[in-house]
Every structure is written in structure tokens, then in C-alpha cells.
Design a protein around this ligand. Structure first.
Ligand SMILES: [Zn+2]
Length: 295
């Protein structure tokens, strides 16, 4: 039965063009939303202007259009949401939930990425070029991902107080994504498994905001045949417009939905329509090798 309250999204970062990995996430989020009779929104996660590639936003939207995706409502840009982020950070600073951190990158070396709490009770002035961190509780957060299964993380021991506004004044992804998902009424987050270990931090922020928890589905990462992650140097090529239908079929195959041979000559819209009609998220594999993805 269609769930008309389902709201999902695809949220690309315009630091580059869409590649095959992002196409797999887009296809999964689109089909999951449409198969549920829900809405599907596109949000541009352009929080970091220095890392943005000129022209990437327009190129991403054009690729989505050429690949047959139809989104609901206007594209929301995080670069236009600064006032909303600032208001929440101010509120948390005043209540003492958030605090200023003056630690340099060098000072934090050797802490294994877990903030040791150095500035927690230092009472640093939060004006000026300081990072803002949120206090985390000594608690384990757990959730059941629809594909990856149960995931647990102890925020105090495995993460530590984390940054919600960077020293350079830019807002952190963790904060923006949770505020936007709540503001846009998201019910379902479908995205790449590289963000799986961000989820407990986001559950915690949802709790602080009094926002409803969302369901999660993390699509498989593409790994090397030996199971290792692809190195940072590996970049799959940008998506060519004339390859739309074959690459959509390949993305469907990677998601456990191999299409019948008759679809070989179909248009992108026809491929997506077939995907909506046959979508079954329980068929999505937990991991994907380069070979499965045939890159
Ligand atoms: Zn600090």
C-alpha cells in the first residue's frame, strides 16, 4: 500500500560531477520513494564553497534530468540555509550544549579522530575564528539499517564532542543535514554506506532538535574484489548523457535488480519506471565489488 507520507531525497555535493557511485544512490533513493508513492526531493549540499567545482550544480541537475529523474518541488540549496543553522548553533551555545574549541589540527593529532574534550570546560569566547563543538553523551546509539542491518556506535568513546561549525565559519555537514532533513519532513534517508558511521551523530542531533527519527537505507559501497575500499585516488568517470539507459540498468543490477533483456533499448524514463514497478529493497546487497559494478 503506498505510503503518501514517505518523503525521501537525493543530496549531492557539488564538489564534482555525478559518478557511478552517486548514480546508484540516486536510483535507490528515487525508486524507494516512488515505489512507496512518496515524494522525492533534490537538495544541493553546497556547504563548502572553496571545494565546489564551478558548474557542478548545473551539470548535476542536467544529468539527473537526462537520466529521467523527476524531483518534487524546487531544489533546496544549503548555501541559502545559513540563518537557520546559525540560529540553532547560537541556541546550543547559550544553553551550554555547544562550546568553542580553539584546538589546532596539530594539537588533535594522535587522538585517532576522537576529540579528547580539551576545550569542554575551558569557557572560550565563541566569537572569532573558533570551531564550535557539541557535547555528546556517554551513550551508545544503535539503529537498524534496512540493508546494512544493526549498527552501533558509542558517541563518547568512538566519536567525542564533534564539530558543528568549523573554524572558518562554515557549518558542518552533520548539523546541516539533520536540520534540513527535519525542516523538509524527510521520513527516509537512502544514501551511500560511507555515511553509515555518521548516522549515530545524526540521531543524537535529531534528538536535541526534537525531530522525528528517520528510517535509513545505506546502499553498498563499491569495494575492490579483495573487499578493500577503493582508494581516494580512484574516481569513476562522470556520467555521459548518451549512456543514460545502460548505466541506469547497470545501477539497477548493482542494487540486485537485474532487468530483463527487453529493456536494453528502453529510454531512461522507461528503465526507471520498470525499477519502480519491481523495487524490492530486500534484494540490495550489503557490499558491491568493482566487478559487480562492472566499472
Ligand atoms: Zn578544543
Amino acid at each position: 500500500m503506498p505510503d503518501s507520507r514517505y518523503i525521501g531525497r537525493f543530496a549531492p555535493t557539488p564538489s564534482g560531477y555525478l559518478h557511478f557511485g552517486s548514480l546508484v544512490a540516486a536510483v535507490a533513493s528515487y525508486l524507494d520513494a516512488r515505489a512507496a508513492g512518496g515524494r522525492w526531493l533534490v537538495r544541493m549540499e553546497d556547504l563548502d564553497p572553496p571545494r565546489e567545482m564551478p558548474g557542478a550544480q548545473a551539470a548535476i541537475l542536467q544529468t539527473l534530468e537526462r537520466y529521467g529523474f523527476e524531483w518534487d518541488g524546487p531544489v533546496v540549496r544549503q548555501s541559502e540555509r545559513g540563518d537557520a543553522y546559525a540560529a540553532v548553533v547560537q541556541q546550543w551555545l547559550r544553553s551550554g550544549l555547544a562550546y568553542a574549541c580553539t584546538c589546532s589540527r596539530k594539537q588533535l593529532e594522535g587522538s585517532g579522530g576522537i576529540y579528547p574534550g580539551t576545550c569542554r570546560d575551558a569557557g572560550h569566547d565563541w566569537h572569532g575564528d573558533v570551531a564550535i563543538r557539541i557535547r555528546v553523551p556517554e551513550l551508545e546509539y544503535a539503529f537498524v539499517d534496512r540493508v546494512q542491518g544493526e549498527f552501533r556506535q558509542h558517541l563518547g568513546r568512538e566519536v567525542g564532542d564533534f564539530v558543528i561549525r568549523r573554524r572558518d565559519g562554515l557549518y558542518a555537514y552533520q548539523l546541516a543535514v539533520v536540520l534540513d532533513d527535519a525542516w523538509q519532513g524527510m521520513t527516509d534517508i537512502v544514501r551511500g554506506a560511507d555515511l553509515l558511521d555518521n548516522t549515530p551523530r545524526q540521531l543524537y542531533l535529531q534528538e536535541l532538535l526534537g525531530a522525528a527519527h528517520t528510517r535509513y537505507l545505506h546502499v553498498p559501497l563499491i569495494v575492490q574484489p579483495d573487499g578493500h575500499k577503493l582508494g581516494k585516488s580512484y574516481r569513476s568517470p562522470p556520467l555521459a548523457a548518451e549512456q543514460a539507459a545502460p548505466l541506469l540498468l547497470r545501477a539497477l543490477g548493482a542494487l540486485g535488480h537485474a532487468a530483463p533483456a527487453e529493456l536494453a533499448g528502453a529510454t531512461p524514463a522507461e528503465v526507471l519506471a520498470w525499477g519502480v514497478a519491481h523495487w524490492d529493497a530486500t534484494r540490495i546487497p550489503r557490499v558491491l565489488t568493482l566487478e559487480d559494478a562492472r566499472l
